[in-house]
Design a binder for this molecule. Structure first.
Ligand code: SF4
Length: 343
């Protein structure tokens, strides 16, 4: 292992932060991860299986945590960033535990928050108990190994709604969250695998299968697993007296209205900048669209921020899959190493 006297703070202990820190430690840097939650792993802790190969998410979380259990990495959980400034080439960090740290470089891996589904009132999330989010479905699979309605029944019919909080002028998010189409396909297959008697219908605007093996999985979901797809946005969801959810949409392929009663409605919530991402991108005046961080250049310097010595990793810059986040984190570590060749 190389020895290196530089100290680096990584803000955020999700997959992007953990992987950046692991790589930096292996390059010989002293690294401190500051994570606001009491545990590291971020949203990955809640996931069940990962697309497109149904790998157990817990296994990957464990692998990332083991890699981060490195003698050159200090992990500080339950501590958040209160202030971050850079004066005369030095960073000064103040944490919620009133600690002052002066690292030589900082990596912002402050991640994302899922879109708050209550903001789309027409779907009745938070009002109808059988309307849940895609994150809650992941947790359900993970914790109980099956999908149930609020009264514990296996649903006969499940509806999955795409683009909740993304590509939506009304909530101010014009962008595509990029991963929820494939996540909708994955979750539909998982439901069919666990409960072959349950019918699943996905309501989508366009199917965006841009990753490797995504298109194949989409095809498999129809041919092998019998998942139905309706091209159309749901205009309304309402609970009926028997506790089902009646959804209305327009099937835009046949230009006809569709009404469907489902036992469970799953909302594929999009990716938004986390509160820390929004707060610090604004304070440091390196805010991109929608509160994400702006990199120096989207092609050749995407891991560097416009502030010298301040680097960016993963979904702090915008929607990305786990695979993309990990690859980006490794690239970020490489850019930090390159920075210290000249500083
Ligand atoms: S990935 Fe699919 S579901 Fe997600 S915002 Fe884009 S089009 Fe909508």
């Amino acid at each position: 292992m190389n020895e290196n006297s530089k100290q680096i703070v990584v803000v955020g202990g999700g997959p992007g932060g953990l992987e950046t820190a692991s790589m930096l430690a292996r390059m010989g840097f002293d690294v401190e991860i500051i994570e606001k939650e009491d545990v590291i792993g971020g949203h990955l802790n809640q996931y069940y299986q990962l697309f497109p190969n149904f790998r157990d998410a817990g296994e990957l979380t464990q692998e990332l945590k083991e890699r981060a259990a490195h003698p050159k990495i200090k992990i500080s959980t339950g501590e958040s960033l209160l202030d971050l400034t850079r004066n005369d080439g030095k960073f000064e960090i103040l944490t919620s535990k009133r600690r002052k740290i002066n690292p030589d470089a900082v990596v912002m891996a402050t991640g994302f928050d899922p879109f708050e589904a209550e903001r789309k009132e027409e779907f009745g999330y938070g009002v109808y108990p059988n309307v849940i989010t895609s994150i809650e479905l992941e947790k359900m699979f993970r914790e109980q190994g099956k999908v149930t309605t609020v009264d514990g029944r296996i649903p006969e019919r499940v509806g999955i709604v795409h683009c909740v909080g993304s590509r939506d002028e009304k909530v101010g998010n014009f962008y595509c969250s990029r991963i929820c189409c494939i996540c909708g396909v994955k979750q539909a297959i998982e439901i069919r695998k666990h409960h072959p008697e349950t019918r699943v219908t996905n309501f989508y605007m366009d199917m965006r299968m841009s990753g490797q093996y995504f298109e194949e999985l989409y095809r498999q979901s129809q041919e092998r697993w019998g998942v139905y797809y309706v091209r159309g946005r749901i205009s309304e969801a309402a609970m009926t007296v028997d506790g089902k959810i009646r959804v209305k949409a327009e099937d835009t392929l046949i230009a006809k209205p569709v009404t469907l009663s489902v036992d469970l409605l799953v909302l594929m919530v999009g990716i938004e900048a986390s509160n820390s991402t929004k707060e610090f991108s604004k304070r440091l005046e390196i805010e991109s669209d929608y509160g994400f961080f702006r990199s120096r250049d989207r092609h050749s310097e995407d891991q560097e921020s416009p502030v010298d010595g301040l680097f960016l990793a993963g979904t702090a810059k915008g929607p990305a899959s786990i695979k993309e986040t990990l690859a980006d984190a490794r690239a970020t570590a490489g850019k930090v190493w390159e920075y210290f060749q000249n500083n």
